[in-house]
Ligand binder design. Structure first.
Ligand SMILES: NC(=O)c1ccc[n+]([C@@H]2O[C@H](COP(=O)([O-])OP(=O)(O)OC[C@H]3O[C@@H](n4cnc5c(N)ncnc54)[C@H](O)[C@@H]3O)[C@@H](O)[C@H]2O)c1
Length: 341
């Protein structure tokens, strides 16, 4: 990617060595062959951005020590690079949060510059046409806040209709996880979150039961919800250590725990004999595959999904630091905060 040094833009940049985050004036990037420049219309704020700033997550493939954050982006094509004919200026697109290159997964806003900026340059192939009917803010959160739980449910956990599924963490990912589980017919859907408002939200979005993970009768409540059998699948959308042992203990025969939340800590299987006896599984999960975002765009356009209630706040890009603090402190209990350049 080359840079047009005559034009500049504002970008939210993280120094991954020092953890310093700041809005900086940087050159507007120019798209090379096969790439496109996207004018960012909306960009989501994820707990992974908070993890990055706090040093809990480190880029594996970043060149240099600075990156523009933002892996949830919707916008319009500003300039197709040489050789790109499938996209034209003005096309509304949602941008996949990463891609595989040479056998490795590269994540936007982690391994290369992301969308907390006025413009970003990405390979043309990661842009998914949006059509006219989905607003940019709702579209921006599809990659990751919706596509990651969708991939976890549909591909990694392979949830089938009628299965009992527990969802730990009813934030950005988990709130959509509940909606998606409802769509695929999981039953019962057991939502778990220490925040009462998050539990109330889960019930509104389609959970059958909402539990406080700190409640003394938690294990009995899981049994009561599943007629004593335990969960077929448990999804960790919290990234908190305590979730793993609690979720593992809540699984029934052949139950699988999918680790989506990123805690950076070891996973411990306490009752390893019980784990083997019940033939439980622990599965890692990251991101989504190329088909998941187009599927979700289609499901949304067909009215099967609606993210109108998912946008808790729209803040100007200049307030990126405040957005990060609000998500970290759960101020106003947000599902997703979206930045608008
Ligand atoms: N694997 C991936 O591909 C991937 C992608 C995106 C995000 N993530 C990770 O997923 C996690 C969630 O991200 P998010 O943006 O939805 O976060 P969020 O902050 O919006 O939501 C997290 C929720 O977890 C709840 N929680 C905290 N402790 C809990 C506990 N003990 N039991 C149950 N719930 C608890 C919080 O109250 C909150 O509602 C983060 O760790 C993030 O880094 C992973």
């Amino acid at each position: 990617m080359s840079e047009d040094t005559s034009r500049t833009m504002i970008a939210g940049r993280l120094n991954v060595e020092t953890g310093a985050f700041a809005l900086k004036e940087v050159p507007v990037p120019d798209p090379g062959p096969g790439f496109v420049r996207v004018k960012v219309e909306a960009a989501g704020v994820c707990l992974s951005d908070v993890h990055l700033i706090q040093g809990l997550l480190r880029p594996k493939f970043l060149k240099g020590s600075e990156v523009t954050l933002g892996h949830e982006v919707a916008g319009t094509i500003d300039q197709p690079g040489p050789g790109v004919s499938a996209l034209a200026p003005g096309d509304r697109v949602v941008v996949q949060a990463g891609y595989e290159y040479n056998g490795v997964t590269l994540t936007m806003g982690v391994d290369y510059d992301g969308g907390w900026a006025e413009y970003l340059v990405v390979p043309a192939g990661v842009c998914v046409p949006l059509g006219e009917d989905i607003p940019f803010d709702q579209a921006s959160i599809i990659p990751d806040a919706v596509s990651t739980p969708w991939a976890a449910i549909a591909s990694t956990a392979q949830v089938r209709a009628g299965e009992a599924v527990g969802v730990w963490g009813i934030g950005g990912l988990g709130a959509h996880g509940v909606q998606l589980l409802r769509m695929v017919g999981a039953a019962p859907i057991v939502a778990v979150d220490p925040i009462p408002e998050a539990r109330a939200r889960a019930l509104e979005l389609g959970a059958d039961v909402a539990l406080d993970p700190l409640a003394e009768d938690f294990a009995e409540a899981i049994k009561a919800a599943t007629a004593g059998r335990g969960l077929d699948a448990a999804l960790d959308f919290a990234g908190v250590d305590a979730v793993r042992s609690q979720a593992l203990a809540s699984l029934g025969l052949r139950g699988r725990l999918v680790l989506v939340g990123l805690s950076g800590k070891p996973v411990t299987i306490g009752d390893s004999t019980g784990f083997s006896f019940a033939r439980k599984q622990v599965l890692g999960h990251y991101g989504s595959e190329a088909h998941h975002v187009p599927q979700l765009v289609s499901l949304t356009r067909l009215g099967r999904l609606d993210f109108a209630g998912s946008i808790s706040a729209r803040l100007p890009l200049a307030d990126a630091e405040q957005a990060v603090k609000s998500l970290d402190a759960k101020e106003g209990n947000p599902i997703r905060i979206v930045l608008v350049p």
